[in-house]
Design a protein around this ligand. Sequence first.
Ligand code: CUA
Length: 387
Amino acid sequence: MTIAVVLLLIVGASVAFHVVNPWWTTPLASNWQRMDDTLTITLVITGLFFVVINVFLAYTVVRFRHREGRRVAPHAPENKRLERWLIGGTTVGIMALLAPGLVVYANYVRTPHDALVLEVLGQQWQWRFRLPGADGKLGATDARFVSAANPFGLDPADPAGQDDLLVPGNEVHLPLGQPVLVLMRSHDVLHDFFVPPMRARMNIVPGQVSRFWFTPTVAGRYEALCAQLCGVGHPNMRGFVVVEDPAGYGAWRAALPTFAAAQLSAKAAQTAPLPAGGGARVDQGRALADAKGCVACHTVDGSARVGPTWKGLYGKTESMADGSTALVDEAYLRSFIRDPQARHVKGFPPVMPKIDLSDEELAALVAYIQSLGSPPAQAATEQKAAR
Ligand code: CUA
């Protein structure tokens, strides 16, 4: 009897939770109402079966409970008629679950001709965006062209790629009401580009280009997530999609650097002599921190992520996992970045990967970290603690 009551309570609580709790999806901001519809169909069918099966279970637990002196029920392992009903019913139920999804998926990957093309590049642990230039064509890419100065791996010899627009940072703009074809690549592992209010998402498999399309229907700034566990920096792999009127989008787009311009300025930065510790070197370090994905684990605003924040790190006395302490200076940072597994900072997982950097790049990165300041209050706090 207790079990029957518990079963009925679970059913009642589940249904009440769905009705009362506003757990349902965020407001839709794209054309994919049909994704919500298929989800609703799935939820109604599975929910109905959940209720019916558990109520039936509660009924049989009470109706056929063990009683003294009652004769044992006859053993009847075969019931052709019941089996036919069950097979037929399950078949119809599963078809009803699958068919709407297949129809919507077919539309999801069948792109309208007037769609704007957007390339999304996933990398541990950041998003990059590229748009075709005036020619409307994305330039060819290849893994062998990938470098700090050419993170998309564009073929420098392909004329179609010269006017490609490279979006700096992790925020891309889109015009309201215009269909967008999203082409996705990954540099390393499986990622999944997901913008919840658009209902748009797709796994990104390394070595292939995945695609889907959507039309943004509500202006706003939406967060883009990674929806595949892709390593320790996965929760920080975020970007933003800004949907605005075509005029605003046009202005944003007009300010984007082309691939050709980006290559020229990278070359200029390489050949120009950098003053030691100068502003240009710090700028280069900041760009490297972005390009190499350091920012996925290290913040510059003082908040902790996978690794220590860089704000106020320089000059700090860091506690190591083995109980020793170390002063964070240039030598410390250089040796730590060169060989991140040699020693471990207390309180942080020992997961920092080794990153390929030239001596020049390492110096720039260290200069950037140094520019983020020293701990202002460490000495004062230590004195306070000693008192
Ligand atoms: Cu990329 Cu999770």
